[in-house]
Write a protein that binds this ligand. Structure first.
Ligand code: SAM
Length: 284
């Protein structure tokens, strides 16, 4: 059969689904089958394989489980993101979280140092939005001095490469408020070029690394002030969601915040160690 038309056998779909669910937590019910087949066809073509079932065999051979798995992850993850996505969270940073955290650390002589973690950062729009908001706040003399750093992590190496490059299509940066867009984005000089780059001043605040939220523990500092974990828990089952939230919380300072996506509130409050301050914002 033509590689572009081929389908996964039931057995191969199940083994790939099981691999994805156990290694990266993303649930793969039968309803996702057509989507997964569509996305994997480009790997079948790139590798010159006969069809999707040959691909499934390749994934499980000795090299596949190390090498091809990275590409499989890139294919099955949904990386949709935006600048200023769910803007209420950025208002919360500006009006509540950052002023409170800076105030709490006043009086120690040094400027307060804030650590923020975007824990499923995709192509970096979330991390750079945070950086723009905080850089803008640093200009406010009334607030007190603070410095900040942002860590962006994701399972997909593809999106991490894009985050480091920090180049985005014009359309994508349209939610960035005009003043910030003038200050923190580099607009192309050439007529007709569609790409906008994040300015070095903002890029320098963010570092990116690969991290699987399914790992037993995370190689991240344990004095983080704010963790963003948005629009990723929805792909996990309830047990995994709880385990991830517990692990993320253990990286927060007392008084630090965890921000979830709009459809990801901890409904029923699995984590009694956190106080809900907004529908999707929790404080340690
Ligand atoms: C829909 S994007 C959300 C991006 C951003 N947080 C936002 O809200 O705009 C979900 C991201 O989660 C990542 N992801 C999925 N499973 C993951 C895992 N087990 N560990 C870390 N990241 C994961 C995906 O690669 C994808 O980039």
């Amino acid at each position: 059969m033509d590689a572009n038309q081929s389908q996964l056998s039931e057995r191969h779909f199940r083994s790939i689904a099981h691999l994805i669910e156990t290694r990266i937590g993303i649930q793969m019910p039968a309803a996702k089958r057509t989507m997964v087949e569509g996305r994997l066809r480009k790997r079948v073509r790139a590798l010159g394989l006969a069809d999707l079932n040959a691909y499934a065999t390749h994934v499980f051979d000795e090299d596949g489980l190390d090498g091809e798995f990275i590409h499989l992850v890139d294919c099955v993850t949904t990386n949709k993101t935006d600048f200023f996505r769910e803007p209420a969270h950025f208002r919360f940073l500006r009006e509540v979280a950052v002023p409170g955290l800076v105030r709490a650390r006043r009086g120690c002589g040094e400027p307060a140092r804030l650590k923020i973690w975007s824990s499923a950062c995709s192509t970096g729009a979330e991390a750079y939005t945070i950086a723009m908001v905080l850089a803008d706040m640093q200009r406010d003399p009334a607030l007190g001095r603070f410095i900040f750093s942002i860590l962006g992590t994701d399972i997909s190496t593809d999106v991490l490469a894009q985050a480091k490059r920090a180049v985005y299509p014009r359309d994508m940066v349209s939610p960035v408020p005009r003043e910030m867009a003038g200050r923190y984005l580099l607009w192309p000089r050439e007529e007709g070029r569609n790409e906008v780059r994040i300015a070095p001043e903002i890029r320098q605040r963010a570092t990116f690394m690969r991290l699987n939220l399914m790992d037993a523990s995370y190689e991240v500092d344990r004095d983080v002030d704010i963790v963003f974990c948005r629009n990723v828990l929805i792909y996990f089952d309830k047990t995994t969601q709880r385990a991830v939230i517990d692990k993320l919380r253990s990286h927060l300072r007392p008084g630090g915040y965890l921000l979830l996506g709009h459809s990801e509130s901890m409904a029923g409050g699995p984590n009694m160690a956190m106080r809900q301050v907004l529908p999707t914002v929790y404080q340690a």
